[in-house]
Design a protein around this ligand. Sequence first.
Ligand SMILES: Nc1ncnc2c1ncn2[C@@H]1O[C@H](COP(=O)(O)OP(=O)(O)OP(=O)(O)O)[C@@H](O)[C@H]1O
Ligand SMILES: [Mg+2]
Length: 1140
Amino acid sequence: MIQRLHPLLASLRLPARRQVTAPRSLSGARRVLLQPELRIFFPLREPDGTKRVRITSRRKRPGGRGVGGGGQKEGTMMELRIQLIPTGEIILSPGKNGENYCHGCKVVASDGVRAMMESALTARDRVGVQDFVLLENFTSEAAFIENLRKRFKENLIYTYIGSVLVSVNPYKDLEIYNKNHMQRYRGVNFYEVSPHIYAVGDNSYRSMRTERKDQCILISGESGAGKTEASKKILQYYAVTCPASEQVQTVKDRLLQSNPVLEAFGNAKTLRNDNSSRFGKYMDIQFDFKGAPVGGHIINYLLEKSRVVHQNHGERNFHIFYQLIEGGEEDLLRGLGLERNPQQYQYLVKGNCPKVSSINDRTDWKTVRKALTVIGFDEDEVEELLNIIASVLHLGNVQYGGEDGVACITSDTQIKYLARLLGVNGTVLTEALTHKKIIAKGEELMSPLNLEQASSARDALSKAVYGRTFTWLVNKINASLTYTDDSCKHYSVIGLLDIYGFEVFQHNSFEQFCINYCNEKLQQLFIELTLKSEQEEYEAEGITWEPVQYFNNKIICDLVEEKFKGIISILDEECLRPGDASDLTFLEKLEDTVGGHPHFVTHKLADTKTRKVMSREEFRLLHYAGEVNYNVNGFLDKNNDLLFRNLKEVMCMSENKILNQCFNREELSDKKRPETAATQFKASLAKLMEILMSKEPSYVRCMKPNDSKQAGRFDEVLIRHQVKYLGLMENLRVRRAGFAYRRRYELFLQRYKSLCPDTWPSWQGKASDGVATLVKHLGYKPEEYKLGRSKIFIRFPKTLFATEEGLETRKHGLATKLQAGWRGYRQKSKYQKLRSSAVAVQAWWRGILARRRARRRRQAADTIRRFVKGFIHRHRERCPENEYFLDYVRYSFLMNLRRNLPKNVLDKSWPTPPAALSEASELLRKLCMQNMVWSYCKKINSEWKHQMEQKMVASELFKDKKDNYPQSVSKLFVNTRLNGEDINPKVVQALGSEKMKYAVPVTKYDRKGYKARPRQLLLTANSAVIVEEAKLKQRIEYATLRGVSVSSLSDGLFVLHVPGGDNKQKGDVVLQSDHVIETLTKIAICSDKINNININQGSITFTSGQGKEGTIDFTPGSELLVAKAKNGHLSVTAPRLNSR
Ligand SMILES: Nc1ncnc2c1ncn2[C@@H]1O[C@H](COP(=O)(O)OP(=O)(O)OP(=O)(O)O)[C@@H](O)[C@H]1O
Ligand SMILES: [Mg+2]
């Protein structure tokens, strides 16, 4: 199936079982075990740029958890899509759900698991080794360069020598600096990922955090090798990956934005580099205990001020001039009196190179303007800064003319602009630019300058103004980066050193001398720390060691800086010497003093061959990085760096606030001669070395692949030269034979003692024995470490990283234990506090309760005592002894009364009052009754009133007179017992308009035979009518009604007596009603004959018509019985309902 093996991977058999670790930052990443049995083939590149990889497993892997999932069968083939990225890593591109699939089986690792190309999956013969230490032929310079070349061709610009990073300038943008890359390097051990500048940054950061030691990253290399770019990449890495709060974000922004500003003012295009740093920069980034960048500080070193007034052919002045002219808005330029044409300015035409293809001044201008705002420049400050920049350009255009060697200014407009922009008096400035103040015999004289002197005075002013403004700018940036949080005064620091690189031009002057001297010092530091002291340390520690020979450049450093004998001392001496000291006398002095030095040559001292390439005004130094011919012209002036006193005075009067700060009046009164430029530089470098020595260094060695700034061109000669002078081969040899890490026993034990039960929590014996026990416990192999006299040496970083990882894991356990202990302690003390508080509260509360109880007991005893006393004296007049008792009795009666008041008018109960209250009690009882009656009456409605009235009449008539009266009391009287439908309509018709008041069914007994007949008794307003169905049988006018008789028994019989003589009347009517009380009450009320109701005992006599009489006998019996008796009477037996 596989048509073609990728030539580079065809031979890939992984050397040994390796572990490739996915970075922690990638979600779900896991370890992938790559087995030696796997073969990986790269066929052709896919159209989308990815590659399809096929992995075959040659051996059965029972249940393995490697690539391709567990238990792949022999010969099983898998297919992965991969992407090759320029660092040489492989990224497995994720499947739909973030997993990789191959022929249906899931690949163990998910989302972007990286296999290390160089260490695991790659063909070394294509991309070389990522660490020179892995080079088989490590002593061969050719192999070294070949490895560099291979990697460079594959865009792998970074390679390690142990922990030193070698970087080759690619001169093109590689896509290896994005956020994904940063995340990939974050928190990952050095050896786990391919070499990168981020790895160096991250390593320093982690060392700073874990070991709490300040770090510094030294970036060195010649001009154009990529130092500034590397330092910016590191800064960006910290800005993105470090934790950040809102305040920190501002600091991060300012740190980042300080670069474009400083580059604009301090960088320029040179023949070596289009963005060459013309000043040295050491930047401290300050981190708080959480690892967040909280501040920064920049130290600047010797700016190449001469560039302001002169540039070599093909070079430019500082970027800011071109940016302002190209990018400045029309109004701005008008205000500054500038034209949008650099050719108009003398200071910008010297190099004849106003435009550079790789630089866009217009966009850079915008960046700088924005950066100034971010850093915290206000509009006024920016205006004043630009005034200064413009004034330098105008100064350059100040033209001199004149006769008899006396200079005068021919361009008035420039002076006008200068006076305004610099904020000085134009006339005073004009005089200062053409005269020199001489103090002779205590008198001040103005001596006119000749043309040459005037021009150099003007240039000196330009350089001074620009140089001091640059220093002001750095101070201003420092102020904005100052760490302001007082709460945390301790911070850790990572220093970044990006200084001008070693450079050689056709004409080299004082500036190149200083720059190259600086590089010489840095190389010395590197040698000191990586080659010399390391080897010395092995010997001192008694580690068997074969010394590695290297070139020590101390001899050159001494040649330059030695006291009295060094070049700087000689130069200073010539500068200070009275008399006719000149650049040439300086050269002669050099020849006299250091003429015999092996690294120093002049035309006079040189052999004929060398003389051909040297002028008589030059001296040659054999630097570590190559030979450089320095032309002595201008050395004295530049070293003196003098500005005429009157020019200084003019600047001190400036109204421009920046210049005012730059030119200090105290300087005028200071009689002491200022230190020369070279001596100042030497001192500042010595201080820098001290700073760097006090920190843990990391190194980045930058190299340039060619001199033509071309991408992809690898100039072997140039590279070999750099490899040589950078001492990389020696570095490799020491690294290869040496140890990656060393620590004093005490420190090592202190850090890792928790990893071994014997050394934890403390080791009692000697620290070296403790370390021996510890490493034995950790399983270090003998070749991995050596025990020296006072230190342990660990050969491979991975051994240390493994230990670090162990510590990291252990820390969690320890932290948990500490937390548990602390929490337990906290909880216990909290509990004890709570408990004692509870006990105190309880005691207090119990006290309160007890006091309350005692008080109540006392009160109770008092009350009882008073009560008893009162009881004894209760019959006496009211006196103090019985007062309480009497009051109590009254009170309790009233309270008792309140609780037991009668419920209704019929309730006659009333508590018995004490004697003293009997009268009041009686009054109260009456009041109470009246009240109840009154409220009862209020509740009665008219219907009930009517009912009551009838009941009253009934009571009057029958109470205690008729036996069945009590039974009737509870039954309500109804309005009628017969409704409309019960009464025949004819009867109603017959009654006519007479209104019926009451109707009741009754039984009528015949007068003669006492036959019972059902009838209806209707009561109208005027008469009682007896009805038999539809017939009005008898009408008895009330007026004629003589009376009504009824028995005293419980029967319902009654007799309506009518007048006897009236023939129309049929006689008295004997009726019986089931509701006799009601019926008779109604009759009595309707007929208004209440007094005519007679209640008879025994018998009732009635008239039965035509003068005859009848009798009704009433006898009490067991039940009601109405019958005609034998004696012709009507006999009524009625039961007794109420015994009397
Ligand atoms: N990692 C990189 N990727 C892409 N281009 C780079 C890289 N490093 C450097 N360069 C290119 O090389 C140029 C020079 O780099 P840089 O300015 O960093 O050199 P330098 O070492 O600081 O030189 P000098 O000593 O003159 O300041 C940059 O402007 C850039 O174009
Ligand atoms: Mg630089």
